[in-house]
Design a protein around this ligand. Structure first.
Ligand code: AMP
Length: 443
């Protein structure tokens, strides 16, 4: 342990760090943090940074939005910056390797490293599939100190002889649970076997299912276990509520929610890509700017959609779980689960898109009859009962029947849902309905 780090740990034993300046980080890093207005470390940063500076392995349980990227990026940068300061091209090798499940998340981590390192420091490269290999190969040839990658593309380029992992000193697996959900376990194991035995390994995951624990056991050496928040709890500052709806009411309720002009941006999750496209199509038809982000969209379409979402040009992004992993937008106030996920962990990830780094967020969920089992699983995992905002009966009252398009043309052209809605009958005026919605949602 270096003297500075030893002093640092002792200092922290005496008093809990409350400022970044307590960590003894390099001045260049501290200046960058000041530039971004980061004063206080978040809990995961406060716990991880001294341990990582000390060289220990970490098993971190933290959701997105807790500041975990800086929790691993800052101390690993601190380790390598002095070593690479005068590296010549032929002396450069990969010292930090970060694996992430999706291209969006990889790009976001790469950007964070660049942000914290500033210019002129370590060379940072992000690689992922779905785009041409040549620019990535070109960048690798110039020598890279920090490589952020999705597992598939990393193995591809390594098999082609463009990547040497034999010098990796710090190995970081981010969102390990998602990586395993996406079937990357064999790739992750293959990559891990190609690394030197002597290295520091940091594994972060939002949830800790058995599969992640067993991966951690095989990769980490006496790790410090760090958890912020309860293992399966949802990010704290997020207000969560559920609308019990009938399937055909979902789109109309979405539109009703969007009639609240204070909602500048909303991320909507659907179960399928087709579902995402359908919602976007209807929104566009109703003159609401929307875009879909999912696996069938090209990388450039996804980047464009995200850019327009960030700039406010696009108000609604409709995404599937996998594609939404890397979405990090400062002030994303609302997330809507248009369909509830069948894996409760996905719910935790989804709502982690809002309420980031202490900001307030709202997560709304639509739950149709056949999704009630998913809701029960979510409530069991999060240990929290969601507040019920509406039931189908309420919705029939606030949404006038003429606004509900029948989805199945049976029985003289009217769906069962439509006829039921007519029967429910005594609907107030749309205006009144809208006012009631607002009041309830705000409460
Ligand atoms: P992450 O969980 O790493 O994706 O970070 C979530 C967001 O919090 C990102 O937009 C970071 O830029 C921001 N952030 C991270 N650490 C801090 C901090 N200590 N103070 C303020 N914002 C932070």
């Amino acid at each position: 342990m270096s003297e500075t780090n030893e002093q640092n740990i002792k200092k922290q034993e005496l008093k809990k760090p409350v400022l970044f300046s307590d960590f003894g980080l390099l001045e260049s890093i501290q200046n960058r943090l000041k530039e971004f207005g980061y004063e206080k470390p978040t809990p995961i940063q406060a716990k991880s940074i001294p341990v990582v500076l000390d060289g220990q392995d970490v098993l971190g349980c933290a959701q997105t939005g807790t500041g975990k990227t800086a929790a691993f990026a800052l101390p690993t940068l601190q380790h390598i910056i002095p070593k690479v300061a005068n590296d010549k091209k032929n002396e450069r090798y990969i010292r930090i390797l970060v694996l992430a499940p999706t291209r969006e998340l990889a790009a976001q981590i790469g950007d964070s490293f660049k942000k914290y390192a500033g210019s002129g420091g370590p060379r940072i490269l992000t690689i992922f599939g779905g785009v041409g290999k040549n620019p990535q190969i070109g960048a690798l040839k110039k020598g890279v100190h920090i490589l952020v990658a999705t597992p598939g593309r990393l193995l591809d380029l390594r098999n082609e002889g463009h990547i040497d992992l034999s010098g990796v000193e710090h190995y970081i697996l981010d969102e390990a649970d998602r990586m395993l959900d996406m079937g990357f376990i064999h790739d992750v194991r293959k990559i891990s076997r190609a690394l030197p035995q002597k290295r520091q390994t940091l594994l972060f995951s939002a949830t800790m299912p058995d599969s992640v624990i067993s991966l951690a056991e095989s990769l980490l050496h006496k790790p410090m276990k760090i958890a912020v928040d309860r293992v399966s709890s949802t990010a704290k500052p997020v207000t969560q509520a559920v609308y019990f709806v009938e399937k055909f009411q979902k789109y109309h309720m979405l539109k009703d929610i969007l009639s609240d002009t204070t909602i500048k941006r909303i991320l909507v999750f659907t179960r399928t890509k087709h579902g995402a496209n359908k919602v976007v199509k209807r929104l566009l038809r109703d003159k609401i700017n929307a875009a879909a982000i999912h696996g069938n969209k090209s990388q450039s379409a996804r980047v464009r959609a995200l850019k327009e979402f960030k700039s406010g040009e696009v108000r609604v992004v409709v995404a599937t779980d996998v594609a939404a992993r890397g979405i990090d937008i400062k002030s994303l106030s609302h997330v809507l689960n248009y369909d509830l996920p069948n894996e409760p962990e996905s719910y935790v990830h989804r709502i982690g898109r809002t309420g980031r780094a202490g900001d307030k967020g709202t997560s709304l969920s639509f739950c149709a009859e056949d999704e009630k089992k998913h809701l029960r699983a979510i409530e069991k995992l999060t240990g929290k009962q969601l507040k019920v905002l509406y039931t189908p009966k309420h919705i029939r009252e606030i949404l006038p029947p003429e606004k509900l398009e029948p989805t199945q043309k049976k029985h003289g052209g009217r769906s069962r849902a439509y006829r039921q809605n007519r029967k429910g009958g005594s609907s107030p005026s749309p205006k009144k309905g809208r006012q009631r919605t607002r009041k309830k949602t705000d409460g």
